[in-house]
Design a protein around this ligand. Structure first.
Ligand code: AMP
Length: 249
């Protein structure tokens, strides 16, 4: 079974992001970039399926600038077999990304496509669902357990206040939640081996996809700064302030 995993290059989760002075977006100059954490979980799940003998080949795909090759090489070091970069320096919205992923799905014909549930930069949580609509494949979102059984995949989903298990006919799309697995670290020998694994570079044009955006970001603002705290002289004063000023008791 061939598994396709979509990975996004995003600002590292440890970075405290700065908003550009003109509020047009986030300042990416000299900022550490990494694989989106939910995509790391997606790669890990694919690698575990291969270790169990369920998956025969793992192809990782990223859509983004030339530098996204770094994240693809990381995925190759973690156990993926082959990588595809759809190179674009434009800021693409989710529908454009989903259309490009659909073109890669048509080309690669995977039985299972694994994506993160959400990219931590845009917090869109929609690419997997859009890909589901474009391909017509069954989808299991927010997966905390994935089990392939014959021509089906059982996905346990984290839903409000509980878990739901659904059986999807293959080919299917799964998006990963935080508790699906704990991703491994790449070992040095595997990082070296990954340099020799195949990495194909394609363009949206070559895939016949137009990426014109129907969404425009108007403004990005930093959260309002917190006002300074105060010291109170007694418990009575604290209770009075909690009651009458903060109105929380
Ligand atoms: P989003 O819908 O933007 O929150 O992203 C959800 C998931 O879609 C990510 O975790 C990735 O698996 C996939 N994805 C989004 N953008 C890209 C991209 N540019 N390249 C590859 N995969 C992507």
């Amino acid at each position: 079974m061939k598994v396709l995993v979509a990975i996004k290059r995003v600002v590292d989760y440890n970075v405290k992001v700065r908003v550009k002075a003109d509020e047009s977006g986030v300042d990416l100059a000299n900022v550490k970039m990494s694989m989106n954490p939910f995509c790391e979980i997606a790669v890990e799940e694919a690698v575990r399926l291969k270790e169990k003998g369920v998956a025969s080949e793992i192809v990782v795909v990223s859509i983004g600038p030339t530098a996204a090759q770094e994240q693809l090489r990381t995925a190759l070091a973690l156990g993926a077999d082959r990588a595809v970069l759809v190179e674009s320096s434009e800021e693409l919205n989710s529908l454009a990304v989903a259309k490009l992923l659909k073109a890669v799905v048509d080309k690669e014909q995977p039985q299972l496509v694994i994506l993160g549930k959400q990219a931590i930069d845009s917090d869109n949580n929609q690419t997997g669902q859009m890909l589901g609509a474009l391909t017509g494949y069954a989808q299991g979102t927010f997966a905390s357990k994935v089990e392939v059984a014959g021509d089906k995949v059982n996905v346990t989903r984290e839903i409000d206040g509980g878990l739901q298990t659904v059986a999807l006919n293959l080919p299917a799309i799964v998006t990963t939640d935080l508790r699906l697995n704990e991703p491994r670290y790449a070992s040095l020998p595997n990082i070296m081996k990954a340099k020799k694994k195949p990495l194909e570079v394609l363009t949206p044009d070559a895939l016949g996809v137009t990426t014109t955006s129907t969404v425009k970001t108007l403004k990005v603002e930093a959260p309002a700064g917190r006002s300074a705290g105060i010291k109170v002289k007694s418990v009575a004063e604290l209770v009075e302030k909690l009651k009458n000023e903060a109105k929380v008791i």
